[in-house]
Design a protein around this ligand. Structure first.
Ligand SMILES: [Zn+2]
Length: 223
C-alpha cells in the first residue's frame, strides 16, 4: 500500500510484478456485514468507494492500439481486454450487466489509455483523485508491450490484468491476500481467477448504504 499523492492517487496493479494500491475514503456502514476475511485489511482502513447501481452498465471505450503494435499481438491484446469486460457481470445482486464495450468515446464511463509500459512495476492501473464526497476516476492505463521487464506476456495475461483492473474500477481499492484471487496483486502468481472471495468482496461493497460515490473525470496523464 502506498500513500496518497498530492493530486492524483494511483491504484495500480501488476500482473507479473509487485503492486501497490491505496485506500480511498468513506465510511463503511457499521451495521453491515463484514467484508470477506481475506479482504479485511484492504477495506478496514480504506472505507467504501463505489458506483451508484443506477450507473451500470459502465461503458468502456477501448481505443486502437498504437501503430507499433503489430499482428498478431494487436488482435489478441484487444480481444482479451474486450472479453475481460464481461468478467464481473452478474455478481452484484440484481445487476446482470456491469460493464459493456462502447465504440462511442463521448459516452464512455471508462476509457483505456495504452502505454508501452510503466517503467517500474505496474502492468495496469486506474487513476483516481478524491475530493469532497466523490471519488473521481480518470481512466485506466494498460501496458501493451508483450515483453515486460524481460518476461513475455501471453493472451491470458491481458485478460487477467484487465479483469483485475476492472475490480479496482468497481470500487475494490485494495487487494486480496489470497494469491489465487483475481484481486491478489499478482506477484509471481499466474493462477488468478475470479473467485467466490472476489465476488463476495464486490457484493459487500454494494451492500453498503454509506459510500463515497465514484464519478468519471477527464483523463490527466500522470506523466
Ligand atoms: Zn491491483
Amino acid at each position: 500500500m502506498v500513500g496518497r499523492k498530492a493530486a492524483a492517487v494511483l491504484v495500480c496493479s501488476a500482473l507479473l510484478f509487485g503492486c501497490s494500491g491505496n485506500g480511498g475514503v468513506g465510511d463503511p456502514d457499521p451495521n453491515a456485514d463484514p467484508p470477506p476475511d481475506n479482504y479485511d485489511i484492504e477495506f478496514g482502513g480504506s472505507g467504501v468507494v463505489r458506483w451508484r447501481t443506477s450507473d451500470f452498465p459502465l461503458l468502456v471505450y477501448i481505443p486502437a492500439l498504437p501503430a507499433e503494435v503489430v499482428e498478431p499481438e494487436r488482435t489478441w491484446i484487444t480481444s482479451n481486454v474486450t472479453a475481460a469486460v464481461d468478467a464481473w457481470d452478474s455478481i452484484i445482486p440484481d445487476i446482470a450487466d456491469v460493464a459493456d464495450i462502447t465504440t462511442d468515446q463521448a459516452q464512455a464511463d471508462l476509457e483505456i489509455h495504452w502505454r508501452p509500459d510503466f517503467g517500474t512495476s505496474p502492468f495496469g492501473r486506474v487513476i483516481w483523485t478524491f475530493g469532497g464526497s466523490t471519488a473521481l476516476m480518470h481512466g485506466m492505463e494498460l501496458g501493451y508491450k508483450k515483453e515486460l521487464h524481460g518476461i513475455e506476456a501471453n493472451y491470458a495475461d491481458y485478460y487477467d490484468n484487465m479483469s483485475h483492473e476492472l475490480g479496482h474500477v468497481l470500487g475494490i481499492m485494495g487487494h486480496s491476500g489470497v494469491d489465487t484471487d483475481l484481486m491478489c496483486p499478482g506477484g509471481n502468481s499466474f493462477t488468478r481467477t475470479l473467485t467466490g472471495r472476489d465476488e463476495e468482496a464486490l457484493r459487500w461493497l454494494y451492500r453498503q448504504s454509506s459510500f463515497m460515490r465514484i464519478e468519471t473525470a477527464p483523463y490527466n496523464d500522470p506523466d
